[in-house]
Design a binder for this molecule. Structure first.
Ligand code: SF4
Ligand code: SF4
Length: 331
């Protein structure tokens, strides 16, 4: 499994390099939802080229799901999701924050004392469950048993939310979190945190939970031609080239269908705006999950995240299983 761990990312360019080719339209859930060019990575990059400020771009910045699908398709290699996260930071630090209660609560959480981690030997691989998996203790225990990893108490869920919302992370909090991870191989459920760990801990070994689980023979062997396998997009796009190769092999070996488009971009089943993620606006758009199901002859859906499981259960009568549940009884 640990041959799958990611390496340091290559340097990417910035919005000034946008050529206006519009390739990012093809994969962007915002464009699919609204058909408004200003709600696209190109629209944002072109607006910045013309001197727009973050506050002028607040609506598309909020609507972006940070799925990362635009990053690998951009021929200019612009760090588009990084650009959007930077703009959100500028928005959140501006004079008139639009969500004071939620963001203040997050700032308080970020200032808390560092959670003392359990005693983990320096070289042991660790699992960062993230806020989703923490809500399902039985599934978390199953994942832990399948991967044989130590679950770390401080999984950086507050740091991930701060990244998403553009809230400044106090240096003491960030350095304490990173210090607890140095020397460990890391498996993370949260794709956004994983993406950032590539920058914060260059040279460390990291991989997404979905790839870690689907690399296990006990689970891989349960996948078949009648399965639609839904990939968590953030971790996939953050390490696109290697993940394309990895999931190509998975598809060839198992015969399953993958939630990928023709450019090998993972279609997000859930594309929530920041306001939806923060709970300020209800729901998410079922269009994305329906898009993945279009033309599918699958009789079962296998997902890597609980959020995707819920999204497919809302729009389909097919059985929807988390990849960890394929193992059946572990006793
Ligand atoms: S991260 Fe996803 S939603 Fe945001 S601009 Fe890129 S493709 Fe669109
Ligand atoms: S794919 Fe890249 S270069 Fe092309 S329009 Fe989008 S941001 Fe600009």
């Amino acid at each position: 499994m640990f041959g799958l761990f990611a390496k340091a990312p290559a340097a990417r360019r910035d919005y000034s390099d946008c050529s206006g080719c519009s390739l990012c339209f093809l994969v962007c859930p915002m464009w699919r939802d609204r058909h408004d060019p200003s709600f696209t990575p190109e629209g944002l990059a072109k607006a910045l080229q013309c001197g727009a400020t973050a506050s002028a771009l607040a609506a598309p910045l909020d609507a972006c799901s940070l799925c990362g699908a635009c990053d690998p398709v951009c021929p200019e290699r612009i760090d588009l999701s990084g650009m959007i996260m930077n703009l959100r930071r500028q928005l959140a630090s501006s004079a008139a924050p639009s969500r004071p209660a939620v963001l203040d609560d997050l700032r308080t959480r970020l200032r808390r004392d560092i959670i003392a981690g359990s005693a983990v030997s320096r070289s042991a691989p660790v699992l960062l469950p993230g806020s989703d998996l923490r809500t399902a203790p039985a599934l978390l225990a199953r994942v832990q048993a399948l991967l044989g990893l130590t679950v770390v108490e401080d999984d950086g869920a507050d740091i991930s939310l701060a990244l998403e919302a553009g809230v400044e992370i106090p240096q003491a909090r960030l350095q304490g979190f990173l210090a607890s991870l140095r020397g460990h191989s890391i498996v993370a459920e949260d794709g956004l945190l994983l993406r950032q760990l590539r920058r914060w801990l260059p040279g460390s070994q990291r991989m997404g939970l979905g790839a870690a689980l689907s690399s296990r023979t006990a689970l891989r062997g349960k996948l078949g031609a009648s399965d639609l396998y839904v990939i968590e997009p953030r971790a996939y796009h953050a390490d696109h080239e290697r993940m394309v190769a990895y999931y190509n092999r998975l598809q060839i070996e198992t015969g399953c269908t993958l939630s990928l488009d023709l450019q090998r971009i993972a279609i997000p089943a859930v594309a929530q705006s920041l306001s939806q993620r923060l709970g300020l606006v209800p729901g998410d758009d079922p269009g994305q999950a329906n898009w993945i199901l279009q033309g599918s002859k699958a009789t079962r859906i296998v997902v890597e995240t609980l959020a995707d499981r819920a999204a497919f259960e809302r729009v389909s009568d097919l059985p929807v299983l988390h990849i960890a549940d394929l193992a059946g009884s572990l006793k």
